[in-house]
Design a protein around this ligand. Sequence first.
Ligand code: IPE
Ligand code: IPE
Ligand code: MG
Length: 249
Amino acid sequence: MAAKNVKVNLPEGTKIPVHIGMIMDGNGRWAKKRGLPRKLGHREGAQTFRTITRHAKNIGVKYFTVYAFSTENWKRPADEVEAIMDLFEKYLDEVRDFIEENIRICFIGDRSMLRPVLQQKMKSVEEDSRDFKAMTLLIAINYGGRDEIVHSARMLAEKVKAGELEPSEIDEKLMNDNLYTAEMDGDIAPDVDLIIRPSGEQRLSNFLIWQAAYAEYYFTNILWPDFKPKDLEEAIIAYSDRHRRFGSL
Ligand code: IPE
Ligand code: IPE
Ligand code: MG
């Protein structure tokens, strides 16, 4: 089923966040409420992902990062993890629809633990969309913010070991420029402006912990499969009304 384009309906003058992070949470509870298996919740959530990604692009968001699978989600029962990985495989074919929309697709996280066929598909989607400019969609799979910071530290340690870098030269910019969000062929995602979490939980769960140092947060009780384009607009309107000081006055 193709995702539909929905008309953007935002008041004139709304400030649009450059980078939005979305924690796609609540699939399991959505299914439970209906007496369905959890994997049907994930399937429904994947539909929402397509609709909301399109809408973010139509609104004019430049970077949209979605949390699809965390480094901690391996703790779930094997059959659920497998169902999620099957869905990724299927959706990686469908995500190609976004290429028609001029959306660049990148993946963040440690891919080495994913099925080889999945890794292959991820690489090919990235290559085929690398020149698209309307929006960059970052899909976080086997992603953890702490793992990402460790990864960056390791990259820098390698450079020190090779004699290319002095420890005293390591600063916030270098740490930032070696995160997964900087591994996009020369492009580096800016800090995240707005993090949205549906499902009623009010926590980051290891999402973009470095990049979110000055993010605004928006929480809603809606479960991800029920999240609609108008809910994204409500979050952006709330963001637009906030006064970001970044430590100054
Ligand atoms: C988010 O939905 C999807 C993943 C973590 C893969 P959940 O599966 O966490 O849904 P709830 O939180 O159990 O409702
Ligand atoms: C965060 O949701 C991860 C994703 C949405 C992919 P979780 O459902 O895993 O987070 P916790 O366990 O409630 O913190
Ligand atoms: Mg959850």
